[in-house]
Design a protein around this ligand. Sequence first.
Ligand SMILES: Nc1ncnc2c1ncn2[C@@H]1O[C@H](COP(=O)(O)OP(=O)(O)OP(=O)(O)O)[C@@H](O)[C@H]1O
Length: 310
Amino acid sequence: MTSIDVVNLTKEYGQTRAVDGLTFSVLPGRVTGFLGPNGAGKSTTMRLVLGLDRPTSGTATVGGRSYASLDEPLRTVGALLDPGAALGARTARDHLRVLAAAGRLPTSRVDEVLEQTGIASVARRRISTFSLGMRQRLGIAAALLGDPAVLMLDEPSNGLDPEGIIWIRELMREFADDGRAVLVSSHLMSETAAVADHLVVLGKGRLLADTGIQDFLDEWTTPRVRLRTTEGERLRGVLVREGYQPVQADDGRWTVENARVEEIGPIAAREGIPILELAGEGASLEAAYLALTSGEAEFTTTTSPLSQEV
Ligand SMILES: Nc1ncnc2c1ncn2[C@@H]1O[C@H](COP(=O)(O)OP(=O)(O)OP(=O)(O)O)[C@@H](O)[C@H]1O
């Protein structure tokens, strides 16, 4: 069981502190979503884990060892960082063969990962002719070559079509269910929530959250109930006495903030008030994420493009 452990990690580029005293672990058996606005430090952290950059201070290890000291790096960590990195003049198959040879992996793995990523039919084409989605699949094929214990993917759904996005989600799920550790970065909470069990959120290089999805929802969102009744005013009076603040919309429906159906339903039943509809609203993960990261984006729009045109 291999994990990624980041401890007090800091990386400075000149005046820019890209990663700032970061500590978190990516544990086996779950998909950890790595979130944060542009420039939050996600890619830098991944590069430090892979030993592609030296930390200013702190450590990033895989299975307790630095990447450079791993005996079999490709069998330990599979990573997708920059799909543009593959050499365009080579065929996809040759590209993977070179990687397999360098990693002392059997050539048979090349055909296996070409099949697994759905690019076997274009394996003999030059990479320069590949679409972004095909390059992305090739990058994922390279990550899978060593059948690694840890998978680290930077924005894997970039350029993938909807079928490809579902495929990559299922792949990550299978890896985690198989007891492996998966770290996947994204800007989008909705995309991450569809696959991740756990979240690590960065803002300006610092850790903003390291939490399970459900705990994140509980902490950052407030539940709300929508209902319809034949006795709105009576229900309103009862709920106000109970400390709620029901508000009626134009269509006659009521909204009760900070309330759950398990609380409101029994109150109405106790008072004998007929309820025609009662629904708890799913808290919006996206709204919670924006609330957490607001003010943490390195690049934000201060003026709306529309107002500039006027
Ligand atoms: N090689 C480098 N030289 C100088 N500054 C860098 C370098 N790499 C990253 N940075 C800076 O470090 C900060 C973090 O960048 P990083 O790419 O890690 O963020 P990110 O969260 O991956 O962003 P994105 O979602 O846009 O990819 C940014 O301010 C970036 O400009």
